[in-house]
Design a protein around this ligand. Sequence first.
Ligand SMILES: [Zn+2]
Length: 319
Amino acid sequence: MLHRLLTLFSHPLTRNKLSILNYHQVLESPDPMRPWEPDRVKFDWQMALLRRHFQPLSLIEALDRLEADTLPDHAICVTLDDGYLNNLEVGVPILKRHQIPATVFVASGFSNGENMWNDRILELFANLKNERINLEAIGLAKPELGNIATRRSLANYTITQLKYLPIAERVQTVNTLYHANGNIPEQRKMMRPEEISQLAAAGVEIGGHTHHHPILKGMSPQEQHQEIQQNKMLLEQWTGKPVVGFAYPNGRFGKDMDGASLAVVRQLGFRYAVSTDAGYTHKASNPHNLSRFTPWDNQPLRFHARLISNLVSRLAARN
Ligand SMILES: [Zn+2]
C-alpha cells in the first residue's frame, strides 16, 4: 500500500527522468568486511521491487527513448562496475528471474586472475591469522587488528591512503604489504575473458571501464586514450559485440575525471558514459557525463523512497 502511494504521488514529479543505479558486487552471502555490497537475498528483493514499481530498461533503450520523448514513467537502469565474477554467477540468475536488463562495466586488466587492489587490501585485513598488521609500507606502525569492525576501518583507512597514488606505486605498495604480512592466498574475484563473453551472451551489455582502473584526472590525454581504447578493443574482441558505453573509474567529476576525459571518451566513439555523481538523467543531460547513484538501504520502503527522492531531487545531471 505505502509502495503504491509512493509511486502515485511521485508520478508528475518523476516524468521524463531516468535513474541509473550503480552496483559493484552481488555477494553469495553477506560479507562483514563489505557491508555496503548486497548479497543475493538483498539483490533479489531489490530487483523484485524495481520490476514491480519501476520500468527497468537497458541503458541504450532508455537513452533512445529519452531522445525520442517516449521514456516510460519510472524508468530505471541497473549497472554494475568492475567485472566481478559474482555478477555472472549470482547476479545474472536474479536479473533473469525478474527480467531486469543490466550493464556491466569491465576493467579488462583484471581478467588474468589478479584481484583489484582495494579487494586485496580488504582480504589482507580480514585474514584472521594476522593479529597485528605490518603497515610500515604506508608509514604506520603495527596496529592490532582486533574485531571485524576495527579490521574494516583500518582497511578502509589504508584504501583512502593509497587511492590517489599512481597505479604502479599503488600496486607496489599493496605487494609490499602482502609480503610483510605473510602473503595470504587470494581467491579470484574478477571474470576471465571467457566469463565476460558468457555474460554478454546472457544478454548483459558490456561497457568499458579502462584497462587498469586508474584515476583518469591528472593523466595526459594520450595516457587516458590508451587506457580507454585498449579496454574497448579487448572487450569487443572477447564479446564479439561493439562496446558503446563507458563508466569513469571512481567517477566523480572534477575529482576523478574532467572535461579532458569526457573529450577522450567522445573521441573514441562511445555513445554514453556514466559517472558516480548522484542525480538523474533527463533529455538535456550530457550523454558523456550521466549521473548514477547507489541505493544502499536495507529495508524495502526506504529503498523505494530513496529511488523516488533521487528523481525529485535538484541533482539533475550535468549539462
Ligand atoms: Zn570501478
